[in-house]
Design a protein around this ligand. Structure first.
Ligand SMILES: *[C@@H]1O[C@H](CO)[C@@H](O)[C@H](O)[C@H]1NC(C)=O
Ligand SMILES: *[C@@H]1O[C@H](CO)[C@@H](O)[C@H](O)[C@H]1NC(C)=O
Ligand SMILES: *[C@@H]1O[C@H](CO)[C@@H](O)[C@H](O)[C@H]1NC(C)=O
Ligand SMILES: *[C@@H]1O[C@H](CO)[C@@H](O)[C@H](O)[C@H]1NC(C)=O
Length: 303
């Protein structure tokens, strides 16, 4: 690697070190033990030079669900309004968020989904279209990395939800500007709903999986999954009908260009598509020992 290459790599690492977000409340899997906050914050596309594309769902962190790492971080009642909080790369949220280094990539679109069966199946409860995460108040609708200090996102747990122990709640994010990415943070919660605790995920819309590759060694454009399921630059995704969620979509008023998801209703982009899930798992060892092994040496071509 020449000097220019080294400089570009360092520049990329510094840039990205400041540019990721994650769901910090309820506390995500590995919240206490993780050494490097980037591991929580980086997108599933990976972190060039350090981590390759990560497994869906939850970067594999959901495999902690039965152990001490899966102790629920919150108890939510069916029918209740609850709030998740997004954190930035300084590991803080709200007024303490470091607003000098932005991370929000002009917002984008987010989903909140639940899995009662340890991450095998997902039901989307809430979609937020545009300005999720929120950009700074005076920069709404613009290309910016500067974030708002309010990163609380409130939604209603469906009244029909059954009780569940160690239910996984996931936050996903398709960012609006910069490289096309797909973020996913997962936490364990208790749901107090109807009946005895169940391990069957309620029926409903699947998650929209975007911007990942069936084979991370491909150039994105040559990859069969990416080519069907990617978002476009500088747009805020409008979720296709089949992915929208059980609650009415919450749509921001002033956003960076709304655009229908280019893959429309293609079932390949869904968290219930067996072929897609198999492709996203291939090449990764999904055992709980994964975190001790070295990260896959396939770096995401972010171009
Ligand atoms: C993030 O913040 C939480 C709460 O203050 C703390 O417990 C945790 O150790 C922090 N993680 C890192 C990697 O700094
Ligand atoms: C924000 O970042 C700057 C520069 O890295 C640092 O000096 C400052 O302490 C940070 N502030 C907070 C509230 O974390
Ligand atoms: C998403 O964020 C990354 C940095 O984390 C940025 O490089 C990229 O351009 C953003 N994606 C889109 C579609 O803007
Ligand atoms: C994958 O996981 C299995 C089961 O834990 C383990 O026996 C095997 O050695 C692992 N393989 C690799 C390549 O890490």
């Amino acid at each position: 690697m020449g000097h220019l290459g080294i400089l570009l790599t360092i520049g990329t690492l510094l840039g990205l070190a400041q540019s990721h977000m994650f769901m910090g409340n309820p506390p995500p899997f590995r919240w206490r033990e993780v050494q490097d906050i980037e591991e929580l914050g980086m997108p599933l596309n990976g972190f060039p030079g350090r981590y390759g594309q990560q497994p869906f769902p939850c970067k594999g962190h959901h495999l902690d669900i039965d152990g001490p790492g899966g102790i629920p971080g919150a108890t939510w009642r069916a029918g209740e309004l609850v709030t998740i909080q997004l954190f930035d790369s300084t590991n803080t949220t709200g007024a303490t968020m470091n607003n000098t280094h932005g991370t929000v990539h002009s917002g984008g679109s987010c989903q909140i989904a639940f899995s009662y069966d340890k991450g095998s199946t997902w039901v989307v409860v809430q979609s937020y279209e545009g300005d999720c995460p929120r950009v700074r108040e005076d920069l709404k609708g613009q290309v910016t990395n500067l974030q708002g200090t309010n990163q609380d996102f409130t939604f209603k747990v469906p009244e029909t939800f059954p009780s569940g122990e160690r239910v996984i709640v996931a936050w996903t994010w398709i960012n609006a500007s910069g490289h096309k990415e797909y973020y996913m943070s997962c936490s364990s919660v208790t749901i107090e709903g109807s009946g005895e605790p169940t391990t069957i995920t309620p029926e409903g819309p699947p998650l929209l999986i975007a911007n990942l590759q069936a084979d991370a060694n491909n150039a994105p454009r040559n990859d069969p999954l990416w080519s069907k399921c990617h978002s476009n630059e500088e747009t805020s995704v409008i979720f296709p009908q089949r992915y929208r969620g059980l609650n009415p979509v919450i749509r921001a008023e002033k956003v960076l260009k709304f655009e229908d998801f280019p893959g429309r209703d293609d079932p390949a982009c869904a968290s219930d598509n067996a072929d897609t899930l198999a492709a996203l798992r291939r090449g990764f060892n999904m055992s709980t020992t994964e975190r001790e092994s070295s990260p896959p040496d396939r770096s995401f071509d972010g171009s």
